[in-house]
Design a protein around this ligand. Sequence first.
Ligand code: URA
Length: 211
Amino acid sequence: MNDPMVHVVKHPLVQHKLTLARSKDTTTDNFRRLVREIAAMLAYEATRDLPTEEVEIVTPVAACRMPLLSGKKLCLVSILRAGNGMLDGMIDLLPNARVGHIGLYRDPDTLEPVEYYFKVPDDMAERLVIVVDPMLATGNSAAAALSRLKDAGATTLKLVNLLAAPEGLRTVRTAHPDVPMTLAAIDARLNDHGYIVPGLGDAGDRIFGTK
Ligand code: URA
């Protein structure tokens, strides 16, 4: 993958924790903690181009000019429900970020995503919007969520996933070539049930212990 808009984070800590999360023997509490930790590291990578400005401060030793974050405010947007498992790790790192939620389900007849919940701050145009969803499978929900956020005024968006299938990656890159992506791995394929292979199973069920 040499698309400059797609950043796969190869850091050994991310890869180590992702391998532990993938294992079917990982318990719910450990899975949750691992997703939270990986999400924080992905947030660190996704925000590496945030602008800074120098401000005057005084340390106990001397006055100096040092960088602080400047520019757009942040909004994290979770695609329900599995996206919620990534929020806390990101908020640990970005405590001033606002948080929005989007709920989509797939219409059984048309197979198109249908919105059932949408709540984001009013001032989306003024924010860097980071959309989070652990699993980019077909990519249809993420692509629909990005379109909906653009309709709501967002102009600067990023997408953060744990895992992607090549199909999902293609869908999002085609529909939203302006949206940079940060993820921990691109897996081999989707199976006939829509699961990423080898993947990690159903992220929502594993985060919330519903199966
Ligand atoms: N959603 C999941 O939770 N897991 C997959 O493998 C695909 C979609």
